[in-house]
Design a protein around this ligand. Structure first.
Ligand code: MG
Length: 248
């Protein structure tokens, strides 16, 4: 504790709060060590309070569809979809979180539309942020790179060229239910290569294909999942921060 008086104790109380304006007794924010940014060659370091889900070598936090070890290729600091082997998912489950993930579409351009560099990041195993190579590749807007698939196109197309590393920083608020009733939807914010592409979008429900989504069944937690859509998409530097209130 500081040996000098911090703040004020004669100021009015904030609305619906036990804290005064500038209250020096209010808990201090937790101290963490921030990470570093990635370069094309080198992944950055995660912040000190992140759970590292994939550091370029160790995929033990992930499972394949059968619950066993993943069948994706791990080499040179990344993992790569092995087409036909199925999607993968974390063994742990999450709800409100900040997720950092880097991906690269194949440098050899193959296919078009939804068939070019397709994969996906599924929050809670249900809400897909589309991974797709949309650098000079047209597809339906709510399925383009960074789309909340089938619901919201990104605000802009911030794609790098195929083969180049790209990043998603995703801020996710899980939906809240009271029994079977939805109290508040999932909210999704996404930054693609440093550019805001979704700003607190209320998801209409878990991702569907050619269907209107809805919150038909309550869910409080779920794994992070990555999609095998048949393309050689690579991932590296995956970390997650479980979001809590600052004084919880
Ligand atoms: Mg996909």
């Amino acid at each position: 504790m500081a040996d000098r008086k911090i703040g004020y104790d004669d100021t009015p109380f904030l609305p619906n709060s036990t804290w005064r304006v500038h209250d020096g007794k209010r808990p201090q924010p937790r101290v963490i060590v921030p990470g570093t940014f990635s370069t094309p060659e080198t992944p950055g370091l995660p912040p000190s309070d992140a759970i590292v889900l994939f550091d370029g070598k160790d995929a033990s936090k992930w499972a394949g569809g059968d619950g066993g070890a993943i069948k994706w290729k791990i080499e040179n600091g990344y993992m790569e979809v092995t087409p036909g082997s199925g999607g993968i998912q974390t063994r742990d489950e999450f709800a409100d979180c900040q997720l950092h993930i880097e991906w690269a579409a194949p440098s050899v351009i193959k296919g078009e539309d939804q068939g070019r560099g397709n994969s996906g990041v599924f929050l809670m195993g249900r809400y897909e942020i589309q991974v797709l190579d949309c650098y000079n590749n047209l597809t339906y807007p709510d399925g383009t790179t960074g789309a909340i698939y089938g619901q919201y196109p990104p605000l802009v197309n911030a794609c790098r060229k195929p083969g180049e590393w790209q990043s998603y920083d995703i801020f996710f608020v899980a939906p809240k239910f009271d029994g079977d009733n939805l109290i508040s939807p999932a909210y999704i914010t996404v930054v693609h290569n440093g550019i805001l592409i979704h700003h607190h979008q209320p998801a209409l429900g878990p991702t569907g294909h050619r269907s209107v989504p809805s919150y038909s069944s309550p869910h409080s937690k779920g794994p992070l999942a990555l999609q095998d859509h048949g393309d050689l998409v690579r991932y590296r530097n995956i970390w997650i921060r479980v979001l809590k209130g600052y004084d919880e």
